[in-house]
Design a protein around this ligand. Sequence first.
Ligand SMILES: [Zn+2]
Length: 296
Amino acid sequence: MAAKRLFLGSHLPMRAPDSYLGTCHLALEYGETAFMFYTGAPQNTRRVPLSRLKIKEGRSFLADHAFPESKIVVHAPYIVNLAARSDPLSAEAAVSFLVDEFRRVAGFGLTTLVLHPGSATGETPQEGIRNVARGLDEVLERDGTNVRIALETMAGKGHEIGRNFKEIAQIISLSKNQGRIGVCLDTCHLNDAGEDVKDLDGLLTSFEETFGLRKLLVIHLNDSKNQRGSHKDRHENIGYGTIGFSTLEKWVGDPRLADVPKILETPPANSIQTYKKEIAMLRSGIYDPKWRDRFL
Ligand SMILES: [Zn+2]
């Protein structure tokens, strides 16, 4: 019997000296068939030149192992905020950083960049939504790549934009580059924003009606430390949170989502080997109660 087609992996670090080659090695070691990384530190915009990241070596390692590059995604640093434009200098800096970031993603041979829509700190949510659409258009008209953006649904902390499908859909509909904009669903964020992630059919029906399923580019598969509707955004290990293993396993196994890369961003308990364990459980469909205790 052919192995089940499943694109499942985790967020992975990229560290010198092996850089991207090291990231690709880790993916194989953890049994991943998809993964996500930042091109540098997530909390700043300093980036080293691509020539120092062992990209060619990483890509040939991936090719040797028939690893599908289309299931590898990059996450933009979370300090990039397109929603706030009250400070014109930082708005311009966010746009020019993203132009470079799109080119970096293309330089890795990849085509998907996950982006948080941002926070409307000095403006109304509607202005924030318009700012994101305008900022994205400025980027997408300048970058010269075919990289797609996956706008992530957020938990709705503070002034976050993208707390529901409607806000993400408004951003996309205001953009002149809709063909290059898709969506990243995060199970923890959806839960914390108030959606019922246990009702996968209902959620996918609503997604289909709002965007069409082909717009679903990435899934962040996380359990949540908080109750539905808490607007908190604190990720939990698989099976230890309020969402639970059986729901997350349902997301992993649903044939409608088969081609979408699913990425864990769960807390590494002492060691990122926890990803290996979580992936193995989700792949087999068998939950190992109290598995995390062995990593603490
Ligand atoms: Zn994210």
